[in-house]
Every structure is written in C-alpha cells, then in structure tokens.
Design a protein around this ligand. Sequence first.
Ligand SMILES: Cc1cc2nc3c(=O)[nH]c(=O)nc-3n(C[C@H](O)[C@H](O)[C@H](O)COP(=O)(O)O)c2cc1C
Length: 397
Amino acid sequence: MKTTRRDALKSALSIAAAGLAPGAAVASGNGHGDAAVTQGAGQGGPLAGDPNPLASLSDYEIVARERMSHAAYEYIAGGAGDDVTNRANREAYDRIRLNPSILVDVSKLDTRVSLFGHELAFPILMAPTAYHRMVHPEGEIATARGASAAGAILIVSSFATATLEEIAAVARTPLWFQLYVHPDRGFTRELVQRAEGNGFRALCLTVDTPLTGARNRQARVGFSLPAGVREEVMRRADGSPMRATFDASLSWKDIGWLRSFARVPLLLKGVLNPDDAARGIDAGAAGIIVSNHGGRNLDTAPATIDALPRVVERVQGRIPVLVDGGIRRGTDVLKAIALGATATLIGRSYLYGLAVNGADGVAAVVNILRREFEMAMALAGRPTIASIDRSVLWPAG
Ligand SMILES: Cc1cc2nc3c(=O)[nH]c(=O)nc-3n(C[C@H](O)[C@H](O)[C@H](O)COP(=O)(O)O)c2cc1C
C-alpha cells in the first residue's frame, strides 16, 4: 500500500517537473480567490477528477524529499535529540477526536479572523523558516509570491537567503519579521528598523533559541549550506556578514529594550510555559506563539497542541495566542482554534511546496490546508470561527 503511493508520487515527479501537477493540486481545491466567506455545501462533491498525487500536505513532503539532497531533507524534517517532540507535535493532533454537530446550515462558511487590525481571510500563517534558497533557486522571493497568491501572511526568518528589500518588493500580502537578537544590539536595532522601513507589520521575537538543540540528524549527514546559498539578512550595511547569530544572554530586560524603539506589535515565539505567557503580557508582548520550534530545540518538550490550552487559560483573551508545530491537516487547524488559538502557522509543509514547485507549490500547500479547514468546519457543523469551541472536541477519556 505504502509502496504504491510512493510509486505514484514518484511518477508524479515527472509531471510536476513539467509544472502540471501543482496546477492540478490547486484546481482540486475550491479555486477561491480572496473570498473569506465561502460556499460550504456544494464544493467538492463525490466526483473524482484526474489523478492528483499531490492531494495533501504529506504528499508534498514525499515528493519534495525526492527533489532535494538527503542533507537538506534531514535539515528540514529533523528535530532535536530523538525526535520525541517532533513526532509528538503530529501524534498529539491525531489523538484528539472530533465531535461533529449535524443538521447545521453550513452553506456559507466564514473563516475570517482579525490580528493586530488586519483581517485574515483564514487563520493560517506561514512560520519563519531559514534558507529557502536551499530548496529553490528563487528562495524567499518565490515563497513570498506563493504566500501572496494564497493570501497568507509570511513571517520572514532572520536567516533568509534573500534580502528584506527583495522580499518586500514582491509581497502582496502582509509580511512579519522573525527576529533573532544579535549580540551586537546596535545591529539588531538597525535590523528591526530596516524591517519596519520595508513595511513589515509585526516582529516575532524567537525566545526558545538561546542556542540550537542537539540536531543529531543534521550532524550525521554533515549538513552545511550548499555553495552559493548565503544568509542575506544578517549582514551589515556594507554587505559583510555578521558572525555569531544567537545571543544566549537574551533575557526579559531585552523585551523592554526592544519595545522602546519597535513601532510594530511584538510577538514572543516559542512559549510553552503559561508563566512565561503571563510575564510576556506584563512585558508588553502583543501576541504569543505557542511553539517548540518544530521539535528542533528542547527534545521531550510537550507537543504544542498539548501546551496550548494552559497558555490560553492564563492569557485569558488579553492578547492573541497562535500555535505552530505538526499542523498538516485542516482538522488540526480546527482543533487548535477549538483549544483557543486565534490562528495557526505552518513551517515545513510550505518548504516542501517550495521544493516541489516554487511559488505555485507554496500557494498549493496553503490552499489545500485552507480548503481542508473549510471542509472540517462544514463537516463538524461549525460555520464560523466563533462557533468553533471545545464542544467540537470529543471528550477525552
Ligand atoms: C527548516 C526549518 C527552519 C526553521 N527556521 C526557523 C527560523 O529561522 N526562525 C524561527 O523562529 N523558527 C524557525 N523554524 C521553526 C518554525 O518557525 C516553526 O516553529 C516550525 O517549523 C513549526 O512546525 P512544523 O514545521 O511542524 O509546521 C524552522 C523550522 C524548520 C523546519
């Protein structure tokens, strides 16, 4: 069974190479443009179309793996240590069962959410990930085009392999900037101001990475950046690269420092502990991203969907709480919203889309997840975001 699927996907590679498969993947969605209020019933009836081996996010992973070097795949797919948290992020979603309500009018679905004064058509953002040029020659520029085509917010990594200016020039949807604070605080300040000057609308300060975790999978394959791929953001004005990148001395006092000059909302990315969420609010954070860095740092930290309810309980609706890690299905998005997330983020999945077919692949991945989320809402009898609460989850135990 598994072999058959893999073979089908392999043969799809040649089609994808001709640029056909991703189009098919998009076409099999509902073809929505920016409309946030979509027709629920009547989409995707029982009729089967042409074979589409890129029907789900996990299909993209299988095809992308064939397209990239083993080292690149291990870098992207791997977690830290024994991958306990990396696996748990996914498994925890599968353990949660849904409790649908029947005979609810789902002929119109409203998936809109509002974040910092901006209305998102659907609650899925693109998490910051490093080194896009490693999997596609246009790197973050293609990613930004794909995000724009799909109508999603892209959070650009400090380790982007295109400049902030290049990315901003092509983006048609809002960009946020993910910040790693550099030991050179003057440089960090200039970086934030450059992002703001280029129209980036929020800052996500990554707070779970004083250093990276035990990336054994990367070490075993001797991962390093391929020739010609380089960090373009962590550079001085004269173009020279900055040396050290993480600052292990980063602490709560730096939040006040950042807020003293940042003009855009500051989110803390990488919160698991409810006490930290509360302290973050006191320190002036505008949002919290519950994240364990895709299981890449502290192995055996909990799955993010297990950590989310405790953080939400402590935050008490004072600021938005977002969540990432292991989201691969529209039902995962539904579960996260039910447990109190304002919105969700995906990381690896859109990188796989980028590897398979550049900007179109990125857009296809977001469109598939969006479409699946709409299906999940309709089938669970929850036509609006406000109607998605814990009652859609099957009681545990
Ligand atoms: C290849 C890769 C690179 C990443 N780079 C960054 C980064 O530069 N900054 C950051 O804050 N998080 C980074 N992350 C973490 C993601 O933002 C996000 O938390 C995680 O990927 C979500 O889990 P998912 O991949 O299961 O969707 C990276 C993740 C991956 C897989």
